[in-house]
Every structure is written in structure tokens, then in C-alpha cells.
Design a protein around this ligand. Structure first.
Ligand SMILES: [Zn+2]
Length: 169
């Protein structure tokens, strides 16, 4: 329990910090992400009046399964975090889906007095897992597919295709 609780930052903690700005490092295992190694993050948590802004970077070493050859491979994730939290519900003012700028999604704390950094990092890792997982440029299956595409686009093969069509008439 203590381990989880120390990753929860209260709004009071942030506002009591000098200049309303708190540096926070995380180095630990996050359960339910495909990794056996600790996730490391260096974050800055800043109070901006009605909003809390969290910026920083994190690293994770994930074990993903290649979509092409189905083998496991290590994927080094280095990503930035840039998240905005609204202290009070914005729903009445702006509607359920709040987007201040087109790229800036605001997480609504709904009057909650704390932010769970562990959960924020879990979400950030999951959201940054690539849609197309390929173990590398030397993936044996990937190479095979590229060769096949090349053969299909070979003009000499196009001639054979045309002949076939002609014979079927
Ligand atoms: Zn592969």
C-alpha cells in the first residue's frame, strides 16, 4: 500500500511546493504493462490556478510481439508527457469532451484532490505502444513480404499476367 500511495500527489502538495512547482521521479515496476523492467520517469508538476500541468519524460523497456513473425522483441520507449488536469469539473462550462486547443486534452479531476502518477504513467505507456509492431528492419517475415511485393511490381511479371488474361478469353 505504501508503495502505491507515494505515487499519489495531492493538490495540496503541489500548491505548497515553492512556486507551485514540484519535481517528481518515478522508478518502479508498473503492473499490467508488457515489461519486466522498471519504468523511469522525471516529471514536473505545476499548479496553474484552475489547472495542474504535468510535463516530463519517461522510459520503458517493453516486451512486444512482432505482428509479422510473432516473435517477442524488446521495444525501448522514450516518450514525453504533457498532460493538463482541471481541478474542478469543466463539464458544465465546456461540455463533456473538453479540448482547450486541438491537441491539448484536459483530464477532469472532478474536484478530486489528488493525481495518481502511477496511473498516469500506466496510461501513457499503453497509449504509446505502436499500432504496428515490427521487431526490426531485419524481421525475416517482413523481408519476405517486401521481396514478394517487388516480384509483383516487376514489369516482366506484368506480361505474364496479361498473357494469362488473354488465354482465358
Ligand atoms: Zn518480426
Amino acid at each position: 500500500m505504501n508503495n502505491i500511495n507515494k505515487n499519489i500527489i495531492t493538490i495540496e502538495d503541489i500548491e505548497n511546493a515553492p512556486n507551485g512547482s514540484l519535481d517528481f521521479s518515478f522508478d518502479g515496476i508498473i503492473e499490467d504493462i508488457p515489461s519486466n523492467e522498471p519504468v523511469k520517469a522525471n516529471l514536473n508538476i505545476k499548479s496553474l490556478g484552475e489547472f495542474i500541468k504535468i510535463t516530463g519524460t519517461f522510459n520503458a523497456k517493453l516486451v512486444l510481439v512482432c505482428d509479422l513473425c510473432l516473435k517477442e522483441y524488446q521495444y525501448d520507449m522514450h516518450e514525453e508527457i504533457d498532460e493538463m488536469f482541471a481541478k474542478n469539473s469543466l463539464k458544465e462550462e465546456y461540455g463533456a469532451e473538453t479540448e482547450l486547443k486541438s491537441t491539448q486534452f484536459v483530464n477532469d479531476l472532478n474536484g478530486d484532490d489528488k493525481i495518481d502518477i502511477y496511473d498516469l504513467l500506466y496510461q501513457s505507456v499503453i497509449l504509446n505502444i505502436p499500432n504496428k509492431k515490427v521487431c526490426g528492419i531485419n524481421c525475416s517475415k517482413g523481408k519476405f513480404q517486401t521481396d514478394e511485393e517487388f516480384v509483383e511490381e516487376d514489369p516482366r511479371m506484368q506480361i505474364f499476367k496479361n498473357i494469362k488474361i488473354g488465354n482465358n478469353k
